[in-house]
Write a protein that binds this ligand. Structure first.
Ligand code: PEP
Length: 262
C-alpha cells in the first residue's frame, strides 16, 4: 500500500496567540479548496502557548492534525517547565516532534532521552516524528550514513515493529535547516533510502516499506515538487516556509497529484 505523504509545519518559537490565529485562518481557508481524498496528512506544530488557539480552530477541521514540538516522557511531577503527554492529549495532539537538531544541540538532548520520549509517545497512542540528521562536518567526512544509522538505532531501541511502522522519521541535514540551502533531492532520496535500509535490518522489509520518512531542511514551494517526486521521500517537515499561509498551502498542493490541484 502506498504511504500517505505528510506535510508538517514546525513553527518553532514563533507566533503568539494572535499570530497563530491569523496563520491558521489563512491555512483553514486555503485547505477548504483542496480535495480531501488526494491530500497529504497536514500537521501543524505550534508552540505550547498557541496549542489551545489552534486546537480550538481545527476541532471541526479533519484535514489538519495538531503536533507538539516537544514532550516530557514522565507522566507527571516535579519537572518545572515541562509538558506531559496527558496534557497534550487534552488538545487532541496526534504527533510529537522529537530529536530535532535544535533540541539536541541547544538543550543537550541525548539519543537515550529521545528514545524514552518515543516509547512514552507510542504508549500514549500518539505518533513520534523522530528527527535525525548530520552536520556539515560529518557529511564532509563521509560518515553521514553511519551517523544516521546510529541515531535511528538508538531512537528505536526497545520499540516493537508494530509501533515502528506507525512512527514517522524526519531526515533533516543540519546544514540545510534554516539556511535556505536545501539538500539536493536525489541525495535526500538516497539518504532516506539508507535510513529505510536501517529500519529493514532492525525489523523487516515490510516495516521499512510502511514507515513514513520525511525530508526537512529549507523546503520551499519551489523545491517541494521535485522532492515529492522522489520515491523514498514521504513528505516534508518544514520550518520557515510553514509560517506563511500561502506558502504552506502551496507546499500541501506540492504533495498532491498534479491533476488534482486547481
Ligand atoms: C525544521 O525546523 O525542522 C526545518 C526544517 O526548518 P526550515 O524548513 O526552516 O529549514
Amino acid at each position: 500500500m502506498a504511504r500517505r505523504p505528510i506535510i508538517a509545519g514546525n513553527w518553532k518559537m514563533n507566533n503568539n496567540k494572535a499570530a497563530a490565529k491569523e496563520l491558521m485562518d489563512g491555512i483553514t481557508r486555503g485547505i477548504k479548496e483542496l480535495d480531501a481524498s488526494n491530500m497529504p496528512e497536514v500537521v501543524v506544530a505550534p508552540a505550547f502557548t498557541a496549542l489551545w488557539q489552534v486546537y480550538d480552530m481545527i476541532k471541526n477541521e479533519p484535514k489538519i492534525a495538531l503536533a507538539a514540538q516537544n514532550v516530557n516522557p514522565n507522566p507527571q511531577g516535579a519537572y518545572t517547565g515541562e509538558v506531559s503527554l496527558e496534557m497534550l492529549a487534552d488538545f487532541n495532539v496526534k504527533f510529537v516532534i522529537i530529536g530535532h537538531s535544535e533540541r539536541r544541540q541547544m538543550f543537550n538532548e541525548t539519543d537515550e532521552f529521545i528514545n524514552q520520549k518515543a516509547i512514552a509517545i507510542l504508549n500514549a497512542g500518539l505518533t513520534p516524528i523522530i528527527c535525525c540528521g548530520e552536520t556539515l562536518e560529518q557529511r564532509e567526512q563521509g560518515i553521514t550514513d553511519k551517523h544516521l544509522e546510529s541515531q535511528i538505532t538508538k531512537a528505536l531501541k526497545d520499540i516493537s515493529a508494530n509501533d515502528v511502522e506507525k512512527s514517522v522519521i524526519a531526515y533533516e541535514p543540519i546544514w540545510a535547516i534554516g539556511t535556505g540551502k536545501s539538500c539536493d533531492a536525489i541525495e535526500a532520496n538516497r539518504t532516506i533510502g539508507e535510513i529505510r535500509k536501517v529500519v529493514a535490518r532492525l525489523y523487516s522489509q515490510d516495516v521499512a516499506d510502511k514507515i513514513r520518512i520525511l525530508y526537512g531542511g529549507s523546503v520551499k514551494p519551489s523545491t517541494i515538487i521535485e522532492q515529492m517526486a522522489q520515491p523514498e521521500i514521504d513528505g516534508g517537515l518544514i520550518g520557515g516556509a510553514s509560517l506563511k499561509a500561502d506558502s504552506f498551502i502551496d507546499l500541501i498542493k506540492g504533495a498532491m497529484p498534479l491533476s488534482t490541484v486547481r
